[in-house]
Design a protein around this ligand. Structure first.
Ligand SMILES: [Zn+2]
Length: 287
C-alpha cells in the first residue's frame, strides 16, 4: 500500500520524474579491487584461529592486518550481525551508511567495508562469497545487506512492549564488554550498524519498506574478508535464525556460526600495506 497523497501533481510532473538517475559518487575513482593480489594471498592459507559463535550470542576476536577471516555456516541457516573496529582505537569503526552509498545495499566479493570519519578507509575487503550466485531475486532482495541496522532491545520494547535481551545489539555489547573488559554501558556506545551477513533483505516494491526473507545460506557456505587494518571483530548469531519469520524473540530456530582466521604466506603480501587514513585537512573551511 502506498501512502495517501495530499497534493495535486504539477502539470510537468511526468517530465520532472523523467530526470535520469546519476550515480551519487564517482565510484570509478575508488581504489580498484586487485583480484589477482587477493587470490594469490588466499591461495595458500594457514589457519591460525577458529571459534564458534553460539546461537543468540556474540563473540569478539582480533584479526591482524593482512590476515583473512571467514564466517562459515554450520548446522543450519543462520544470519550473523557483524561489527568491526580498529583494534587500537574503537572510535574508528565500520561505517555501514557510507559503505552502502559507495558500493550498494548488499555487498559481495570486491566490496570494501569502510570506516567512519575522519579516517574513511577500507577496514576489510570481501575476497570470497559462496552466495554470490544469488544476485537479486524477484522480490528485489539480495544477500549480505548494509541497509538494516541490527535487532535491538529498544525497538523491540517500542513495538512489542516486552524486554528481550538476546538481540544482536545486546549480544554485541556483551561480547565487546567481555573482550575489552569494559563496563556494559561503555561498550554499548561502540556498537554500531552492522553488515548483515547471510541475511536476505530488500525494500518492498510498493512502499519501499525494509523486508527480510529466509536466508539462502546452507552449511558449508562462507564469506571471507581480508583485514586491511588490525581489526577487532564482533559477530552475533542473530536470534532471528534464518530471518524468515521473526527476530528479537526465542521462537526462531537458531544455529551457531563458525569463524576461521587464516594467515597468508608472508611473500604473498610483499609490497602491500594498510590503507592510510583520509588526508582531508579537517579545517572544515576555517583555515
Ligand atoms: Zn539480529
Amino acid at each position: 500500500m502506498t501512502k495517501p497523497t495530499h497534493t495535486t501533481p504539477p502539470p510537468d510532473a511526468a517530465a520532472r520524474r523523467r530526470a535520469p538517475p546519476v550515480l551519487t559518487y564517482s565510484v570509478e575513482r575508488l581504489p580498484s579491487f586487485d583480484a589477482s593480489f587477493y587470490n594469490r594471498a588466499r591461495a595458500e592459507l594457514s589457519e591460525v584461529a577458529e571459534l564458534t559463535v553460539p546461537p543468540r550470542r556474540a563473540k569478539a576476536f582480533e584479526v591482524p592486518a593482512g590476515h583473512f577471516f571467514r564466517i562459515v555456516s554450520v548446522e543450519g541457516p543462520q544470519v550473523g550481525d557483524l561489527n568491526l573496529w580498529n583494534a587500537h582505537d574503537l572510535t574508528e569503526r565500520f561505517y555501514s551508511g557510507k559503505t552502502r552509498a559507495l558500493h550498494a545495499t548488499h555487498l559481495s566479493t570486491g566490496d570494501r567495508l569502510w570506516s567512519t570519519f575522519p579516517r574513511l578507509r577500507p577496514m576489510a575487503t570481501i575476497t570470497h562469497d559462496t552466495l554470490d550466485w544469488y544476485g537479486w531475486d524477484e522480490d528485489g532482495a539480495g544477500v549480505h545487506d548494509v541497509i538494516g541496522t541490527r535487532c535491538d532491545p529498544y525497538t523491540n520494547l517500542l513495538l512489542k512492549g516486552t524486554e528481550y535481551h538476546h538481540c544482536c545489539h545486546s549480544n554485541l555489547t556483551r561480547a565487546l564488554a567481555t573482550e575489552r573488559k569494559l563496563p556494559l554501558e561503555e561498550a554499548e556506545v561502540h556498537v554500531h550498524d552492522v553488515m548483515n551477513v547471510f541475511m536476505c533483505t530488500g525494500y518492498t516494491r510498493d512502499t519501499h519498506q525494509y523486508f527480510m526473507k529466509a536466508s539462502p545460506v546452507r552449511p558449508g557456505d562462507f564469506i571471507e574478508f581480508f583485514a586491511e587494518i588490525d581489526l577487532l571483530v564482533a559477530l552475533s548469531a542473530c536470534p532471528g535464525g534464518d530471518c524468515g519469520a521473526s527476530h528479537s524473540d526465542d521462537i526462531a530456530k537458531c544455529y551457531p556460526l563458525n569463524v576461521e582466521v587464516h594467515r597468508p604466506p608472508e611473500e604473498a603480501l610483499a609490497g602491500w600495506r594498510s590503507p592510510l587514513p583520509s588526508r582531508y585537512s579537517r579545517s572544515h573551511g576555517t583555515r
